[in-house]
Design a protein around this ligand. Structure first.
Ligand code: SAH
Length: 486
């Protein structure tokens, strides 16, 4: 049997776009993905729909898969001839145990490759506005563990050399031992006034930063309830932050928002991104309709009205399957937006935008079943269902991780149809109505959406009459929280 292969891939510190191009390609090709808690759940949507996902998330004090079991799993899958990705937060070689895992594979003569990633010890300070080296602030930088496996969990280090010999130190996994770390550095000779920076959930929208000195930082971190994952950077270089600060979350409105595709989707998405909120969009599959009988009576229609971009390509493909092509389209063509118009142009078809009170002789509307309801009743509706959209099963693992690991706390539903299909998807995933309300604050745009959500038994947090009202609310909340910060 063909041997499998294991790719150790660094997923970067959080922001999904900080994954390497090579990492993304391998992730898309993998049969099995074994991933950690610090990997951004949104990356799981890059995987193939039939890929198997294995979570070995280690929440502090709660081990899902033990290290030996993870190693065994890699071995088992590779021996089955599969392409296995071992996806790790940051860089796999920085406190990532890639050495142990690769050694085992080498011992069993299983091929592996290692794809580096961006390590949090460098990215976290940078996202808080601090480079880890600078000519003015000395020439050495160290990455150091902030804990150990001994019975107290305290890091066992050459404190003397560290305090005196290294200008800038990044501590990983150091939150529990922060006061010990600071005391040791002071005891061994670092001035107690040395600046310290702590960055929690760096590069995520919910990134938080606390600044202090070796003598003050521990209290500040306790006060602000900063927890792992966080990087602690010690050194005079931290003072650069005042000048170089660039990525800071402007709001604490939400940890992250799930936004299923619905009305005004691109508008809402752009606005939430502007408020620097993490937006999670469930990926969707387009499923072609089976009934193409409308094609045989195409000549009887005077107008064709495409209600979405997808309906255009499906129509053309279906024509092709019948041995026909666009030259058969003698009708006047209408569509709903400029994107769909561009799509039509790629097939050489000119179109007009659909208006409210258009006079048509004998139109055929093409789209999803749901699009039918968006048409005014005055339109005589001969309708061809070209396709339907379904939330992809690839999103299911992402959804669980988003909720369980606290990356998303809000669900924004912008119309009845998307509300219905998303709540249905949650149920399929074993998250029932009560739980949905427990884990997520549910925001609805439109009274009808709210009524539907209520009927489904999901508690609603806020209802907005329109997208404009939601925008106003978001702007007000953002400035309130900024004022509170200042
Ligand atoms: N291989 C990883 C480190 C794994 S050890 C890397 O190269 O980044 C886990 C520690 O990494 C955490 O305890 C925390 O100190 C740090 N860490 C990982 N992701 C982080 C993030 N997004 N923000 C802050 N610290 C992070």
């Amino acid at each position: 049997m063909k041997q499998g292969i294991v790719y150790f891939i660094g997923a970067g510190p959080g922001d999904p776009e900080l994954l390497t191009v090579k990492g993304r390609r391998l992730l898309q090709e993998a049969d099995v993905i074994v991933y950690d808690r610090l990997v951004h759940p949104i990356l799981l949507m890059e995987t193939r729909e039939d890929a198997q996902l294995v979570y070995c998330g280690k929440k502090p004090c709660q081990h899902t898969l033990r290290q030996e079991d993870i190693q065994k799993q890699l071995l088992i899958y590779a021996r089955r001839g599969l392409k296995v990705v071992r996806l790790k937060g940051g860089d796999p070689s920085v406190f990532g145990r890639v050495g142990e895992e690769a050694e085992l594979l080498a011992g069993h003569e299983i091929d592996y490759e290692i794809v580096p990633g961006i390590t949090s010890g460098i990215a976290a300070p940078m996202y808080a506005g601090v480079p880890v080296t600078h000519r003015k602030f000395g020439g050495s930088f160290a990455m150091v563990t902030g804990h150990s496996k001994d019975k107290h969990g305290k890091p066992v280090l050459e404190w003397d050399s560290l305090a005196k010999g290294i200008d800038t130190i990044a501590f990983y996994m150091g939150m529990k031992n922060l006061s010990y770390i600071c005391e040791q550095l002071i005891t061994y000779g670092k001035p107690s006034t040395t600046p310290v920076l702590v960055v929690e959930w760096a590069t995520f929208g919910k990134q938080r930063t606390v600044e202090g000195t070796l003598s003050t930082i521990s209290n500040k971190v306790v006060q602000q309830k900063i927890a792992n994952p966080a990087i602690t950077l010690v050194g005079d270089i931290v003072s650069l932050r005042r000048k170089l600060k660039w990525f800071e979350r402007s709001t604490v409105v939400s940890q992250g928002i799930i936004l299923p595709e619905g009305n005004n989707h691109s508008y809402l998405k752009a606005m939430l991104a502007e408020a620097r909120l993490d937006v999670y969009e469930p990926s969707q599959n387009v499923i072609e309709g089976k009934d193409t009988s409308y094609l045989s009576k195409l000549d009887s229609f005077k107008e064709l009205v495409f209600l979405s971009k997808e309906s255009i390509s499906i129509f053309i493909k279906s024509l092709g399957r019948k041995g026909k092509d666009v030259r058969q389209v003698q009708q006047t063509v209408y569509t709903v937006d400029s994107k769909a118009q561009e799509e039509l142009q790629t097939y050489g078809i000119q179109s007009s935008l659909l208006g409210d009170r258009m006079k048509m002789e004998r139109p055929l509307f093409l789209g999803r079943e749901e699009d039918r309801f968006s048409l005014s009743s005055s339109m005589n509706k001969e309708f061809a269902v070209t396709h339907q959209k379904k939330i992809s099963s690839v999103f299911s693992e992402t959804l669980h991780r988003l909720i369980d690991d606290g990356h998303a706390d809000t669900l924004l539903l912008s119309d009845c149809e998307s509300a219905h299909s998303f709540l249905h998807f949650m149920k399929e995933q074993g998250i029932d109505s009560d739980q949905a309300g427990e884990y997520l604050s549910v925001f609805c745009i439109g009274k009808e959406t709210a009524e539907l959500v209520k009927r489904e038994g999901v508690p609603i947090s806020l209802v907005f009459s329109s997208k404009e009202e939601f925008t106003e609310w978001l702007t007000a909340e953002s400035s309130l929280s900024q004022a509170a910060k200042a």
